[in-house]
Ligand binder design. Structure first.
Ligand SMILES: [Zn+2]
Length: 571
Protein backbone atom coordinates (compact mmCIF):
# COMPACT_ATOMS: atom_id res chain seq x y z
CA UNK A 1 0.00 0.00 0.00
CA UNK A 2 1.10 3.56 -0.67
CA UNK A 3 2.59 4.94 2.62
CA UNK A 4 0.38 8.02 2.42
CA UNK A 5 -2.74 5.87 2.13
CA UNK A 6 -1.49 3.65 4.90
CA UNK A 7 -0.84 6.55 7.28
CA UNK A 8 -4.35 7.81 6.67
CA UNK A 9 -5.88 4.37 7.13
CA UNK A 10 -3.90 3.37 10.23
CA UNK A 11 -3.71 6.57 12.23
CA UNK A 12 -6.59 8.33 13.91
CA UNK A 13 -6.13 12.07 13.61
CA UNK A 14 -7.76 12.62 17.02
CA UNK A 15 -5.15 10.44 18.73
CA UNK A 16 -2.21 11.93 16.84
CA UNK A 17 -3.22 15.54 17.51
CA UNK A 18 -4.34 14.63 21.06
CA UNK A 19 -0.70 14.03 21.94
CA UNK A 20 0.09 17.69 21.36
CA UNK A 21 -3.17 19.54 21.95
CA UNK A 22 -5.65 19.04 24.82
CA UNK A 23 -8.96 18.24 23.10
CA UNK A 24 -12.48 17.94 24.47
CA UNK A 25 -15.65 16.73 22.80
CA UNK A 26 -18.10 19.37 21.59
CA UNK A 27 -21.01 18.07 19.52
CA UNK A 28 -19.67 15.81 16.79
CA UNK A 29 -16.23 17.47 16.88
CA UNK A 30 -13.35 17.86 19.31
CA UNK A 31 -12.05 21.31 20.19
CA UNK A 32 -8.93 22.76 21.78
CA UNK A 33 -6.58 25.74 21.80
CA UNK A 34 -4.96 26.22 18.41
CA UNK A 35 -1.24 25.40 18.36
CA UNK A 36 -0.72 27.61 15.31
CA UNK A 37 -1.83 30.96 16.70
CA UNK A 38 -2.19 32.65 20.10
CA UNK A 39 -5.68 32.31 21.57
CA UNK A 40 -7.54 32.12 24.87
CA UNK A 41 -10.79 30.50 23.71
CA UNK A 42 -10.63 27.38 21.54
CA UNK A 43 -11.28 27.79 17.82
CA UNK A 44 -9.30 24.70 16.81
CA UNK A 45 -11.50 21.72 15.86
CA UNK A 46 -10.77 18.12 14.95
CA UNK A 47 -13.29 16.00 13.08
CA UNK A 48 -12.92 12.26 13.60
CA UNK A 49 -15.42 11.17 10.96
CA UNK A 50 -13.69 12.87 8.02
CA UNK A 51 -10.23 12.87 9.67
CA UNK A 52 -9.25 16.51 9.42
CA UNK A 53 -8.47 19.52 11.64
CA UNK A 54 -9.40 23.14 11.15
CA UNK A 55 -8.91 26.41 13.01
CA UNK A 56 -11.61 29.05 12.64
CA UNK A 57 -9.14 31.66 13.86
CA UNK A 58 -6.08 31.31 11.64
CA UNK A 59 -7.71 29.02 9.01
CA UNK A 60 -4.99 26.38 9.32
CA UNK A 61 -6.33 22.95 8.48
CA UNK A 62 -5.93 19.67 6.64
CA UNK A 63 -5.33 15.97 7.23
CA UNK A 64 -3.01 14.23 9.66
CA UNK A 65 0.04 14.72 7.41
CA UNK A 66 -0.63 18.44 7.07
CA UNK A 67 -0.84 18.67 10.87
CA UNK A 68 2.48 16.90 11.24
CA UNK A 69 4.11 19.15 8.64
CA UNK A 70 2.85 22.34 10.26
CA UNK A 71 3.40 21.31 13.87
CA UNK A 72 6.95 20.06 13.33
CA UNK A 73 7.77 22.45 10.52
CA UNK A 74 8.59 19.71 8.00
CA UNK A 75 8.19 19.23 4.25
CA UNK A 76 5.70 16.70 2.89
CA UNK A 77 8.23 13.89 2.37
CA UNK A 78 9.88 14.45 5.73
CA UNK A 79 6.52 14.41 7.51
CA UNK A 80 5.56 11.14 5.81
CA UNK A 81 8.90 9.56 6.74
CA UNK A 82 8.61 10.84 10.30
CA UNK A 83 5.06 9.52 10.77
CA UNK A 84 5.99 6.17 9.24
CA UNK A 85 8.94 5.65 11.55
CA UNK A 86 7.02 6.81 14.62
CA UNK A 87 4.01 4.60 13.98
CA UNK A 88 5.84 1.60 12.49
CA UNK A 89 4.70 1.88 8.88
CA UNK A 90 7.13 0.50 6.32
CA UNK A 91 8.38 2.90 3.69
CA UNK A 92 9.04 1.70 0.14
CA UNK A 93 12.70 1.77 -0.98
CA UNK A 94 12.24 4.66 -3.39
CA UNK A 95 12.50 8.04 -1.66
CA UNK A 96 9.74 9.43 -3.83
CA UNK A 97 6.53 9.34 -1.82
CA UNK A 98 4.33 11.62 -3.89
CA UNK A 99 0.72 10.54 -3.41
CA UNK A 100 -0.74 8.60 -6.33
CA UNK A 101 -3.37 11.28 -6.90
CA UNK A 102 -0.69 13.92 -7.52
CA UNK A 103 1.40 11.71 -9.80
CA UNK A 104 -1.73 11.02 -11.85
CA UNK A 105 -2.42 14.76 -12.25
CA UNK A 106 1.13 15.40 -13.48
CA UNK A 107 0.83 12.50 -15.90
CA UNK A 108 -2.48 13.60 -17.42
CA UNK A 109 -1.19 17.18 -17.77
CA UNK A 110 1.94 15.88 -19.48
CA UNK A 111 -0.22 13.88 -21.91
CA UNK A 112 -2.33 16.98 -22.64
CA UNK A 113 0.76 19.11 -23.29
CA UNK A 114 2.00 16.56 -25.85
CA UNK A 115 -1.42 16.52 -27.48
CA UNK A 116 -1.57 20.32 -27.77
CA UNK A 117 2.01 20.52 -29.07
CA UNK A 118 1.23 17.96 -31.77
CA UNK A 119 -1.87 19.92 -32.79
CA UNK A 120 0.22 23.09 -33.11
CA UNK A 121 2.75 21.27 -35.27
CA UNK A 122 0.05 19.68 -37.47
CA UNK A 123 0.20 21.09 -40.97
CA UNK A 124 -3.56 21.74 -41.25
CA UNK A 125 -4.91 21.98 -37.70
CA UNK A 126 -2.17 24.24 -36.36
CA UNK A 127 -1.93 26.60 -39.33
CA UNK A 128 -3.74 29.66 -37.95
CA UNK A 129 -2.21 29.21 -34.49
CA UNK A 130 1.30 29.10 -35.93
CA UNK A 131 0.60 32.21 -37.99
CA UNK A 132 -0.62 34.00 -34.86
CA UNK A 133 2.46 33.07 -32.83
CA UNK A 134 4.74 34.08 -35.64
CA UNK A 135 3.01 37.45 -35.89
CA UNK A 136 3.66 37.86 -32.18
CA UNK A 137 7.36 37.27 -32.80
CA UNK A 138 7.60 34.14 -30.69
CA UNK A 139 10.28 31.92 -32.14
CA UNK A 140 10.60 28.12 -32.09
CA UNK A 141 13.06 28.09 -29.17
CA UNK A 142 10.65 29.95 -26.90
CA UNK A 143 7.67 27.83 -27.96
CA UNK A 144 9.70 24.71 -27.24
CA UNK A 145 11.09 25.96 -23.92
CA UNK A 146 7.61 26.83 -22.63
CA UNK A 147 5.90 23.82 -24.21
CA UNK A 148 3.34 25.99 -25.97
CA UNK A 149 0.65 24.24 -28.00
CA UNK A 150 -2.76 24.67 -29.58
CA UNK A 151 -6.18 23.38 -28.57
CA UNK A 152 -8.05 22.61 -31.83
CA UNK A 153 -11.36 24.26 -32.65
CA UNK A 154 -13.37 21.23 -31.56
CA UNK A 155 -15.60 20.24 -28.65
CA UNK A 156 -14.08 16.83 -28.16
CA UNK A 157 -10.60 16.55 -29.70
CA UNK A 158 -8.87 16.11 -26.35
CA UNK A 159 -11.76 14.18 -24.73
CA UNK A 160 -11.68 11.63 -27.54
CA UNK A 161 -7.92 11.30 -27.18
CA UNK A 162 -8.26 10.87 -23.40
CA UNK A 163 -11.01 8.31 -23.86
CA UNK A 164 -8.71 6.22 -26.05
CA UNK A 165 -5.90 6.49 -23.48
CA UNK A 166 -8.17 5.72 -20.52
CA UNK A 167 -7.49 9.18 -19.05
CA UNK A 168 -11.04 10.58 -18.92
CA UNK A 169 -11.42 10.56 -15.12
CA UNK A 170 -8.01 12.16 -14.58
CA UNK A 171 -8.74 14.66 -17.34
CA UNK A 172 -11.90 15.67 -15.48
CA UNK A 173 -10.00 16.01 -12.23
CA UNK A 174 -7.35 18.15 -13.89
CA UNK A 175 -10.11 20.38 -15.29
CA UNK A 176 -9.00 19.79 -18.89
CA UNK A 177 -12.37 18.39 -19.83
CA UNK A 178 -15.87 18.78 -18.45
CA UNK A 179 -18.95 16.62 -18.36
CA UNK A 180 -22.26 17.86 -19.68
CA UNK A 181 -25.71 17.28 -18.21
CA UNK A 182 -26.22 14.59 -20.84
CA UNK A 183 -23.13 12.78 -19.61
CA UNK A 184 -20.95 13.58 -22.61
CA UNK A 185 -17.43 14.94 -22.25
CA UNK A 186 -16.22 18.20 -23.75
CA UNK A 187 -12.89 20.04 -23.99
CA UNK A 188 -12.29 23.05 -21.78
CA UNK A 189 -9.92 24.69 -24.27
CA UNK A 190 -11.16 25.16 -27.82
CA UNK A 191 -9.39 27.19 -30.51
CA UNK A 192 -6.90 28.55 -28.02
CA UNK A 193 -3.15 28.87 -27.75
CA UNK A 194 -2.33 26.75 -24.73
CA UNK A 195 0.38 27.62 -22.20
CA UNK A 196 1.47 24.87 -19.79
CA UNK A 197 1.94 26.10 -16.23
CA UNK A 198 5.25 24.65 -15.07
CA UNK A 199 6.07 23.79 -11.47
CA UNK A 200 9.52 24.32 -10.03
CA UNK A 201 10.59 20.73 -10.71
CA UNK A 202 9.57 20.88 -14.36
CA UNK A 203 6.22 19.22 -13.77
CA UNK A 204 3.04 20.52 -15.42
CA UNK A 205 0.59 21.89 -12.83
CA UNK A 206 -2.14 23.16 -15.16
CA UNK A 207 -2.74 25.24 -18.28
CA UNK A 208 -3.68 28.70 -19.42
CA UNK A 209 -5.37 29.29 -22.77
CA UNK A 210 -5.70 32.41 -24.88
CA UNK A 211 -8.38 32.75 -27.55
CA UNK A 212 -6.97 32.90 -31.02
CA UNK A 213 -9.61 35.35 -32.11
CA UNK A 214 -11.59 37.55 -29.75
CA UNK A 215 -15.21 36.47 -29.49
CA UNK A 216 -17.89 37.83 -27.25
CA UNK A 217 -19.09 34.55 -25.81
CA UNK A 218 -15.89 33.40 -24.23
CA UNK A 219 -13.25 34.96 -22.01
CA UNK A 220 -10.02 35.92 -23.75
CA UNK A 221 -7.94 34.13 -21.12
CA UNK A 222 -8.94 30.92 -19.40
CA UNK A 223 -7.03 28.78 -16.89
CA UNK A 224 -7.62 25.23 -15.72
CA UNK A 225 -9.38 25.33 -12.35
CA UNK A 226 -7.44 25.05 -9.12
CA UNK A 227 -6.46 21.50 -8.23
CA UNK A 228 -4.47 19.76 -5.56
CA UNK A 229 -1.30 20.91 -7.31
CA UNK A 230 -2.28 24.27 -8.79
CA UNK A 231 -3.27 27.43 -6.95
CA UNK A 232 -3.53 30.67 -8.87
CA UNK A 233 -2.64 32.94 -6.01
CA UNK A 234 0.59 31.00 -5.40
CA UNK A 235 1.61 30.66 -9.02
CA UNK A 236 4.02 32.80 -11.00
CA UNK A 237 4.27 32.13 -14.71
CA UNK A 238 7.84 32.03 -15.99
CA UNK A 239 9.48 31.56 -12.58
CA UNK A 240 10.60 28.05 -13.49
CA UNK A 241 12.24 29.13 -16.75
CA UNK A 242 13.57 32.47 -15.52
CA UNK A 243 14.74 31.68 -11.98
CA UNK A 244 18.43 31.35 -12.87
CA UNK A 245 18.48 34.78 -14.49
CA UNK A 246 16.40 36.32 -11.67
CA UNK A 247 18.84 34.99 -9.07
CA UNK A 248 21.77 36.27 -11.10
CA UNK A 249 20.42 39.82 -11.50
CA UNK A 250 18.64 39.89 -8.12
CA UNK A 251 15.97 41.83 -9.96
CA UNK A 252 12.51 40.90 -11.27
CA UNK A 253 9.86 42.47 -13.50
CA UNK A 254 6.21 41.70 -12.79
CA UNK A 255 3.90 41.71 -15.83
CA UNK A 256 0.20 40.94 -16.04
CA UNK A 257 0.03 38.13 -18.60
CA UNK A 258 1.91 35.19 -20.04
CA UNK A 259 2.14 36.60 -23.55
CA UNK A 260 3.81 39.71 -22.10
CA UNK A 261 6.35 37.55 -20.35
CA UNK A 262 7.12 35.66 -23.55
CA UNK A 263 7.50 38.86 -25.55
CA UNK A 264 9.90 40.22 -22.94
CA UNK A 265 11.82 36.98 -23.26
CA UNK A 266 12.00 37.25 -27.04
CA UNK A 267 13.51 40.73 -26.57
CA UNK A 268 16.17 39.30 -24.29
CA UNK A 269 14.60 40.20 -20.92
CA UNK A 270 14.90 36.94 -19.02
CA UNK A 271 14.12 38.09 -15.48
CA UNK A 272 10.35 38.57 -15.54
CA UNK A 273 7.41 36.71 -14.04
CA UNK A 274 3.67 37.04 -14.67
CA UNK A 275 0.60 36.54 -12.53
CA UNK A 276 -2.20 34.64 -14.24
CA UNK A 277 -4.44 37.60 -14.83
CA UNK A 278 -5.06 37.85 -11.08
CA UNK A 279 -4.11 40.49 -8.61
CA UNK A 280 -0.76 40.11 -6.91
CA UNK A 281 -1.02 38.23 -3.59
CA UNK A 282 1.26 38.04 -0.52
CA UNK A 283 1.96 34.43 -1.55
CA UNK A 284 3.37 35.64 -4.87
CA UNK A 285 5.73 37.95 -3.01
CA UNK A 286 6.85 35.21 -0.64
CA UNK A 287 7.76 33.06 -3.64
CA UNK A 288 10.01 35.66 -5.19
CA UNK A 289 11.37 37.52 -2.18
CA UNK A 290 14.31 35.22 -1.31
CA UNK A 291 15.78 35.63 -4.79
CA UNK A 292 15.72 39.37 -5.36
CA UNK A 293 16.60 42.76 -4.01
CA UNK A 294 14.79 44.82 -6.61
CA UNK A 295 11.30 44.53 -8.02
CA UNK A 296 9.54 46.49 -10.77
CA UNK A 297 5.82 46.31 -11.49
CA UNK A 298 4.87 46.94 -15.09
CA UNK A 299 1.24 48.05 -15.27
CA UNK A 300 -0.67 47.91 -18.56
CA UNK A 301 -1.74 51.27 -19.92
CA UNK A 302 -5.41 50.51 -19.30
CA UNK A 303 -4.86 49.33 -15.74
CA UNK A 304 -6.44 51.68 -13.27
CA UNK A 305 -2.94 52.50 -12.06
CA UNK A 306 -3.98 54.39 -8.97
CA UNK A 307 -6.27 51.61 -7.76
CA UNK A 308 -3.77 48.90 -8.56
CA UNK A 309 -0.99 50.65 -6.71
CA UNK A 310 -3.22 51.23 -3.70
CA UNK A 311 -4.14 47.56 -3.58
CA UNK A 312 -0.60 46.23 -3.61
CA UNK A 313 0.95 48.86 -1.36
CA UNK A 314 0.26 47.36 2.10
CA UNK A 315 1.34 43.95 0.86
CA UNK A 316 4.75 45.20 -0.20
CA UNK A 317 5.25 47.34 2.86
CA UNK A 318 4.37 44.43 5.16
CA UNK A 319 7.00 42.36 3.39
CA UNK A 320 9.41 45.28 3.81
CA UNK A 321 9.79 45.56 0.05
CA UNK A 322 9.86 48.78 -1.92
CA UNK A 323 8.91 48.12 -5.53
CA UNK A 324 9.20 50.47 -8.46
CA UNK A 325 6.35 51.06 -10.87
CA UNK A 326 6.21 51.58 -14.61
CA UNK A 327 2.91 52.58 -16.20
CA UNK A 328 2.76 51.96 -19.94
CA UNK A 329 1.10 54.52 -22.24
CA UNK A 330 -2.64 54.14 -22.60
CA UNK A 331 -3.78 51.22 -24.74
CA UNK A 332 -0.46 49.40 -24.41
CA UNK A 333 0.68 46.25 -22.69
CA UNK A 334 4.36 45.23 -22.68
CA UNK A 335 3.75 43.02 -25.70
CA UNK A 336 2.21 45.71 -27.91
CA UNK A 337 4.63 48.38 -26.68
CA UNK A 338 7.74 46.34 -27.44
CA UNK A 339 6.49 45.32 -30.87
CA UNK A 340 5.49 48.84 -31.87
CA UNK A 341 8.18 50.96 -30.27
CA UNK A 342 11.06 48.56 -29.80
CA UNK A 343 13.45 47.63 -27.05
CA UNK A 344 15.20 50.98 -26.73
CA UNK A 345 12.02 52.92 -25.96
CA UNK A 346 11.02 50.20 -23.53
CA UNK A 347 14.26 50.39 -21.60
CA UNK A 348 13.89 54.17 -21.48
CA UNK A 349 10.51 53.63 -19.78
CA UNK A 350 12.06 51.19 -17.32
CA UNK A 351 14.63 53.83 -16.49
CA UNK A 352 11.83 56.17 -15.46
CA UNK A 353 10.30 53.75 -12.94
CA UNK A 354 9.05 55.47 -9.80
CA UNK A 355 8.60 54.53 -6.18
CA UNK A 356 5.14 53.04 -5.43
CA UNK A 357 3.90 55.78 -3.08
CA UNK A 358 5.26 58.52 -5.31
CA UNK A 359 3.52 56.83 -8.22
CA UNK A 360 0.22 56.83 -6.35
CA UNK A 361 0.54 60.50 -5.40
CA UNK A 362 1.43 61.36 -8.99
CA UNK A 363 -1.57 59.42 -10.36
CA UNK A 364 -3.84 61.09 -7.83
CA UNK A 365 -2.71 64.61 -8.53
CA UNK A 366 -3.10 63.98 -12.27
CA UNK A 367 -6.65 62.70 -11.84
CA UNK A 368 -7.81 65.16 -9.19
CA UNK A 369 -9.79 68.07 -10.60
CA UNK A 370 -10.02 69.98 -7.36
CA UNK A 371 -8.54 70.09 -3.89
CA UNK A 372 -11.40 67.95 -2.47
CA UNK A 373 -10.55 65.03 -4.78
CA UNK A 374 -7.00 65.16 -3.57
CA UNK A 375 -8.04 65.14 0.08
CA UNK A 376 -10.30 62.13 -0.55
CA UNK A 377 -7.51 60.28 -2.32
CA UNK A 378 -5.05 60.97 0.48
CA UNK A 379 -7.60 59.72 2.99
CA UNK A 380 -7.92 56.54 0.92
CA UNK A 381 -4.16 56.14 0.98
CA UNK A 382 -4.07 56.72 4.76
CA UNK A 383 -6.67 54.00 5.19
CA UNK A 384 -4.34 51.64 3.34
CA UNK A 385 -1.31 52.71 5.31
CA UNK A 386 -3.19 52.10 8.53
CA UNK A 387 -3.32 48.40 7.58
CA UNK A 388 0.47 48.16 7.66
CA UNK A 389 1.51 46.32 10.78
CA UNK A 390 4.84 47.96 11.58
CA UNK A 391 4.63 51.53 12.99
CA UNK A 392 8.12 52.19 11.70
CA UNK A 393 7.12 51.40 8.10
CA UNK A 394 3.91 53.37 8.53
CA UNK A 395 5.99 56.39 9.52
CA UNK A 396 8.20 55.91 6.46
CA UNK A 397 5.14 55.99 4.18
CA UNK A 398 3.70 59.06 5.87
CA UNK A 399 7.03 60.84 5.44
CA UNK A 400 6.93 60.19 1.70
CA UNK A 401 3.40 61.56 1.36
CA UNK A 402 4.30 64.56 3.43
CA UNK A 403 7.27 65.27 1.14
CA UNK A 404 5.35 64.68 -2.07
CA UNK A 405 2.25 66.63 -1.21
CA UNK A 406 3.88 69.27 0.92
CA UNK A 407 1.72 68.49 3.94
CA UNK A 408 2.82 68.32 7.55
CA UNK A 409 3.70 64.88 8.89
CA UNK A 410 1.80 65.44 12.15
CA UNK A 411 -1.33 66.43 10.29
CA UNK A 412 -1.21 63.23 8.22
CA UNK A 413 -0.57 61.15 11.34
CA UNK A 414 -3.52 62.59 13.26
CA UNK A 415 -5.78 62.17 10.22
CA UNK A 416 -4.73 58.51 9.97
CA UNK A 417 -5.41 57.93 13.67
CA UNK A 418 -8.94 59.25 13.18
CA UNK A 419 -9.87 56.69 10.53
CA UNK A 420 -12.20 54.14 12.00
CA UNK A 421 -10.78 50.63 12.22
CA UNK A 422 -14.01 49.20 10.86
CA UNK A 423 -13.50 51.13 7.64
CA UNK A 424 -10.19 49.35 7.23
CA UNK A 425 -11.64 45.89 7.37
CA UNK A 426 -12.34 44.44 3.98
CA UNK A 427 -15.51 42.66 3.07
CA UNK A 428 -14.46 39.23 1.88
CA UNK A 429 -17.60 37.18 1.52
CA UNK A 430 -20.11 37.97 -1.18
CA UNK A 431 -23.78 37.66 -0.34
CA UNK A 432 -26.76 36.50 -2.30
CA UNK A 433 -29.77 38.70 -2.04
CA UNK A 434 -32.93 36.68 -2.43
CA UNK A 435 -35.84 39.11 -2.46
CA UNK A 436 -34.80 40.66 0.79
CA UNK A 437 -33.57 37.41 2.27
CA UNK A 438 -29.81 37.35 2.42
CA UNK A 439 -27.86 34.12 2.10
CA UNK A 440 -24.12 34.28 2.64
CA UNK A 441 -21.56 32.17 0.78
CA UNK A 442 -21.22 29.74 3.67
CA UNK A 443 -24.98 29.32 3.88
CA UNK A 444 -25.24 28.51 0.18
CA UNK A 445 -22.46 25.94 0.56
CA UNK A 446 -24.14 24.49 3.63
CA UNK A 447 -27.48 24.22 1.82
CA UNK A 448 -26.07 22.36 -1.19
CA UNK A 449 -23.58 20.25 0.76
CA UNK A 450 -26.23 18.81 3.07
CA UNK A 451 -28.89 18.56 0.35
CA UNK A 452 -26.72 17.66 -2.66
CA UNK A 453 -29.66 16.43 -4.75
CA UNK A 454 -30.64 20.11 -5.19
CA UNK A 455 -27.57 20.61 -7.36
CA UNK A 456 -29.18 18.38 -9.98
CA UNK A 457 -31.95 20.92 -10.32
CA UNK A 458 -29.73 23.90 -11.18
CA UNK A 459 -27.65 24.29 -14.30
CA UNK A 460 -24.06 25.51 -14.29
CA UNK A 461 -25.20 28.65 -16.07
CA UNK A 462 -27.73 29.33 -13.33
CA UNK A 463 -25.11 28.75 -10.65
CA UNK A 464 -22.93 31.39 -12.27
CA UNK A 465 -25.65 33.92 -11.58
CA UNK A 466 -25.31 33.42 -7.83
CA UNK A 467 -23.61 36.45 -6.41
CA UNK A 468 -20.95 34.52 -4.51
CA UNK A 469 -17.17 34.74 -4.36
CA UNK A 470 -15.10 33.08 -7.07
CA UNK A 471 -13.90 30.28 -4.79
CA UNK A 472 -17.43 29.50 -3.56
CA UNK A 473 -18.69 29.29 -7.13
CA UNK A 474 -15.86 27.02 -8.17
CA UNK A 475 -16.62 24.78 -5.18
CA UNK A 476 -20.31 24.64 -6.05
CA UNK A 477 -19.39 23.72 -9.63
CA UNK A 478 -17.14 20.91 -8.43
CA UNK A 479 -19.88 19.65 -6.10
CA UNK A 480 -22.35 19.75 -8.95
CA UNK A 481 -19.99 17.85 -11.21
CA UNK A 482 -19.77 15.07 -8.61
CA UNK A 483 -23.50 14.96 -7.98
CA UNK A 484 -24.19 14.80 -11.72
CA UNK A 485 -21.66 12.01 -12.15
CA UNK A 486 -22.10 9.92 -8.98
CA UNK A 487 -25.35 11.16 -7.46
CA UNK A 488 -23.58 12.31 -4.30
CA UNK A 489 -20.69 14.36 -2.97
CA UNK A 490 -17.46 12.47 -2.32
CA UNK A 491 -15.84 14.63 0.33
CA UNK A 492 -12.35 13.12 0.00
CA UNK A 493 -12.24 13.51 -3.76
CA UNK A 494 -13.65 17.03 -3.44
CA UNK A 495 -10.94 18.04 -0.97
CA UNK A 496 -8.28 16.59 -3.28
CA UNK A 497 -9.52 18.59 -6.25
CA UNK A 498 -9.47 21.84 -4.29
CA UNK A 499 -7.08 24.68 -3.68
CA UNK A 500 -6.48 25.71 -0.06
CA UNK A 501 -9.06 28.52 -0.07
CA UNK A 502 -11.77 26.13 -1.23
CA UNK A 503 -10.63 23.33 1.09
CA UNK A 504 -10.87 25.74 4.01
CA UNK A 505 -14.51 26.42 3.13
CA UNK A 506 -15.37 22.72 2.92
CA UNK A 507 -13.81 22.10 6.31
CA UNK A 508 -15.93 24.85 7.83
CA UNK A 509 -19.07 23.41 6.24
CA UNK A 510 -18.22 19.94 7.56
CA UNK A 511 -17.69 21.27 11.07
CA UNK A 512 -21.05 23.02 11.11
CA UNK A 513 -24.38 21.20 11.35
CA UNK A 514 -26.91 21.67 8.50
CA UNK A 515 -28.39 25.16 8.79
CA UNK A 516 -31.53 24.49 6.79
CA UNK A 517 -33.78 21.64 7.83
CA UNK A 518 -36.85 19.91 6.38
CA UNK A 519 -39.36 22.35 4.81
CA UNK A 520 -36.90 25.19 5.17
CA UNK A 521 -34.59 23.55 2.62
CA UNK A 522 -37.24 23.41 -0.07
CA UNK A 523 -38.43 26.93 0.55
CA UNK A 524 -34.94 28.44 0.57
CA UNK A 525 -34.02 26.56 -2.58
CA UNK A 526 -37.17 27.57 -4.43
CA UNK A 527 -36.51 31.22 -3.67
CA UNK A 528 -32.91 30.89 -4.66
CA UNK A 529 -33.82 29.25 -7.94
CA UNK A 530 -36.43 31.87 -8.80
CA UNK A 531 -33.92 34.58 -8.06
CA UNK A 532 -31.36 32.88 -10.31
CA UNK A 533 -33.90 32.67 -13.11
CA UNK A 534 -34.63 36.38 -12.67
CA UNK A 535 -30.92 37.22 -12.90
CA UNK A 536 -30.60 35.04 -15.96
CA UNK A 537 -33.53 36.74 -17.67
CA UNK A 538 -32.13 40.17 -16.78
CA UNK A 539 -28.87 39.19 -18.47
CA UNK A 540 -30.80 38.08 -21.56
CA UNK A 541 -32.75 41.34 -21.59
CA UNK A 542 -29.47 43.26 -21.65
CA UNK A 543 -28.34 41.14 -24.59
CA UNK A 544 -31.61 41.71 -26.43
CA UNK A 545 -31.33 45.45 -25.76
CA UNK A 546 -27.87 45.45 -27.29
CA UNK A 547 -29.29 43.77 -30.38
CA UNK A 548 -32.32 46.02 -30.42
CA UNK A 549 -34.68 43.00 -30.50
CA UNK A 550 -37.85 44.60 -29.13
CA UNK A 551 -40.04 41.49 -29.44
CA UNK A 552 -37.60 39.42 -27.44
CA UNK A 553 -37.32 42.10 -24.76
CA UNK A 554 -41.11 42.05 -24.40
CA UNK A 555 -41.26 38.27 -24.04
CA UNK A 556 -38.45 38.26 -21.52
CA UNK A 557 -39.91 41.02 -19.40
CA UNK A 558 -43.24 39.17 -19.31
CA UNK A 559 -41.42 36.01 -18.14
CA UNK A 560 -39.68 38.01 -15.47
CA UNK A 561 -42.92 39.60 -14.26
CA UNK A 562 -44.54 36.15 -13.98
CA UNK A 563 -41.61 34.86 -12.02
CA UNK A 564 -41.68 37.74 -9.59
CA UNK A 565 -45.42 37.25 -9.10
CA UNK A 566 -44.76 33.60 -8.22
CA UNK A 567 -41.99 34.63 -5.91
CA UNK A 568 -44.16 36.92 -3.86
CA UNK A 569 -46.82 34.21 -3.59
CA UNK A 570 -44.27 31.79 -2.19
CA UNK A 571 -43.10 34.07 0.57
ZN1 LIG B 1 -5.40 28.83 14.66
Amino acid sequence: MDPVEEIKAKLDIVEVIGEFVALRQQGKNLVGLCPFHQEKTPSFSVNREAQFFHCFGCKAGGDVITFWMKYHNLGFNEAVEDLCSKYGIELPKSKEVLPQSIKALYAVNEAAMDFYKRALADKEIGRSARAYLEKRGLNKEILEEFGIGYAPDSWDALSTYFQRKGLLQEGLRAGLIGKSRQGTYYDRFRDRIVFPLWGMKGEILGFGGRLLEANNNEPKYLNTPETQVFQKRRYLYGLYQNLVEIKKTREVFFVEGYVDLLTLKSYGIHNAVATLGTALTPDHLKLIKPHISEITLIFDGDTAGRKASLRVLPMFVNEEMNPKVVLLPEGHDPDSFLRERGYLEFSKLLGKATDLIEFYMYAVSKEARQREDLVLAIRELLKTIKKISSPLLQGECLRKISLNMDMSYDLLLSEMERIDDVECRQVVEGTINVQGMRIKDMEALNLFYYSPYLLKEVSVTELRHLQVSESTLSLLEKMKEQVDAFGKIETDALLQACGEEEACKIREVLLAPPIFVAGNVKRTFQMLKDQLKCNLISAKVEEAKAKGDINLIGTLLKQKADLIKNLSQNI
